[in-house]
Design a binder for this molecule. Structure first.
Ligand code: URA
Length: 239
């Protein structure tokens, strides 16, 4: 890849600005000052520095966030803060986007990447990628609800859902549950409970396919996926 393209891709300015940067002598490849914008860089093996600081280049970025409530899972929004606003500049330059949406008030596992192919794979309705949610429900969740979800329930727009696996952690006037679903319809968990006459008052996504929320992450924090996690995601085949 050309050095000017690499630097521009990483957010160091437009091609024109990058040209100026190169002219100033601030950029080195393997200790040699590079002023020619057309100079080729081997992004796997060459060491590029800008004012002595090593610049890391890679094509893809994979981040796991513990999404806080009050933040929109979109790349931009005119009114509200987005999950992208929570990223540090040196991660945001890779232009990751959220893989699927969590509601503004939902917390938990959100994958952000710029790997469009992986995102497509995980979101494709044909792939049935399971997602597990923890929820607090206003109402007594019963074995009848477990059975109803096992068969599928009819949502407010007439859509009949695929089976959901509901486990009751605590039953009471405020129940705690875990629900695994393989679809991602708008407000799906909330609407599934609405279908059985109950209301979700707290919702947190715990897993997506093989990926589990790292409980060490505070709300709003994120980290890069490990090599293992990336491998598991890429090779994931739902049953
Ligand atoms: N189901 C919902 O109702 N909301 C979410 O954010 C995710 C799943």
């Amino acid at each position: 890849m050309r050095i000017d393209k690499m630097l521009a891709n990483l957010g160091f300015g437009s091609r024109k600005e990058v040209k100026q940067l190169l002219k100033s002598g601030a950029v080195k490849i393997n200790d040699g000052v590079i002023k020619d914008a057309k100079q080729h860089v081997d992004t796997d093996n060459d060491i590029v520095t800008l004012n002595g600081e090593v610049i890391e280049y890679r094509q893809y970025i994979y981040l796991m966030m513990n999404k806080p409530p009050g933040v929109i899972s979109a790349t931009e929004d005119t009114r509200d803060e987005t999950v992208i606003d929570l990223l540090e500049m040196n991660d945001a330059v890779y232009e990751p986007f959220p893989v699927g949406r969590l509601d503004k008030d939902t917390e938990g596992l959100l994958l952000l990447t710029n790997d469009g192919q992986l995102a497509h794979q995980l979101l494709s309705p044909k792939k049935h990628v399971p997602k597990m949610y923890y929820a607090v429900i206003d109402g007594v969740v019963t074995e009848e609800d477990v059975e109803a979800f096992k068969k599928g329930v009819t949502l407010d727009d007439g859509y009949f859902t695929k089976p959901g696996e509901l486990s009751i952690l605590k039953s009471g006037i405020r129940s705690e549950i875990e629900l695994t679903i393989t679809e991602g319809k708008f407000h799906q968990v909330k609407r599934m409970f609405q279908a059985v006459g109950k209301r979700v008052v707290y919702l947190k996504r715990m897993t997506m396919g093989p990926l589990k929320l790292d409980e060490e992450l505070e709300l709003g924090e994120y980290r890069e996926l490990t090599e293992d996690e990336i491998e598991q995601l890429i090779t994931f085949k739902p049953e």
